[in-house]
Write a protein that binds this ligand. Structure first.
Ligand code: ZN
Length: 244
């Protein structure tokens, strides 16, 4: 190796180290989702903004390039977690423009039109930029709920990455009311309405299992049984389900 290439590789190493530090000093890891949330500057489109070599670029693209490699021209870096702020390379995948659009439409995530101030309060359903599903998807979820599928089964069937409670709220008719799905397809099943009460999701058997699984943390139990950590604590402390 001649002097010049030694100098270049040295410079390269420094820049790699700097980029790694640059990314890690600007994220907070969500321990539940494993998302690396970009906490510095966020653009109007919801994506993290990074500055490299005097240019502003999207943080998730920087992370992809750094951890996974070059982004081929015309390709998009998509999120499997549907969290635009996330720069965890494990949650990023390369898609074509077409795949990216399909993905965004499927998740109902589109950027608000530029120049519109505070649009969030005015927008309903899929028009809401924080919404992860489209109106059509909400309708499909509702119909599957009517057919007796539960939130977990629906999530699997439709390949959704949203939380059970969002699905639960749709199949019980508590959200997406503006679509008037009950008028179109009939009223939600009574068991779906009951399930809104989180502890009603549990059966006597699962309460017994929870109390027998004290080697697991409250958080792990909450995840496993699909109820809130507060609910699990109440069960463990016998503040609820006392009759069992
Ligand atoms: Zn993520």
């Amino acid at each position: 190796m001649n002097k010049k290439s030694i100098l270049l590789s040295e410079r390269n190493r420094n820049s790699v180290q700097k980029t790694g530090e640059y990314i890690s000093s600007r994220v907070i890891v969500d321990k539940t989702t494993q998302c690396w949330n970009w906490v510095k500057s966020i653009g109007n489109d919801g994506y993290g903004k990074a500055k490299r070599k005097g240019k502003t670029i999207r943080a998730h693209r920087l992370s992809y390039t750094f951890y996974k490699g070059e982004i081929p021209e015309g390709m998009f870096v998509c999120h499997s977690c549907d969290n635009p702020k996330c720069v965890n390379p494990e949650h990023l995948w390369l898609g074509s423009h077409y795949e990216n659009e399909i993905d965004k439409t499927r998740k109902g995530r589109r950027s608000p039109s530029p120049g519109v101030s505070h649009p969030h309060t005015l927008l309903k359903g899929e028009a809401h930029p924080k919404s992860k599903i489209s109106d059509k998807m909400a309708e499909e979820i509702y119909i599957l709920g009517l057919q007796g599928f539960n939130a977990k089964e629906i999530k699997l069937k439709l390949g959704l990455l949203i939380c059970d409670s969002s699905i639960q709220r749709i199949i019980s008719g508590k959200s997406w009311k503006h679509l008037q799905l009950d008028e179109k397809h009939g009223l939600p099943l009574p068991q779906n309405i009951r399930k809104i009460n989180a502890s009603a999701k549990l059966t006597a058997q699962s309460v017994i299992e929870i109390r027998a699984s004290q080697h697991l943390s409250v958080k792990e139990l909450s995840h496993k049984y699909g109820v809130s950590p507060a609910n699990i604590s109440c069960i463990l402390k016998r503040k609820s389900w006392n009759h069992i």
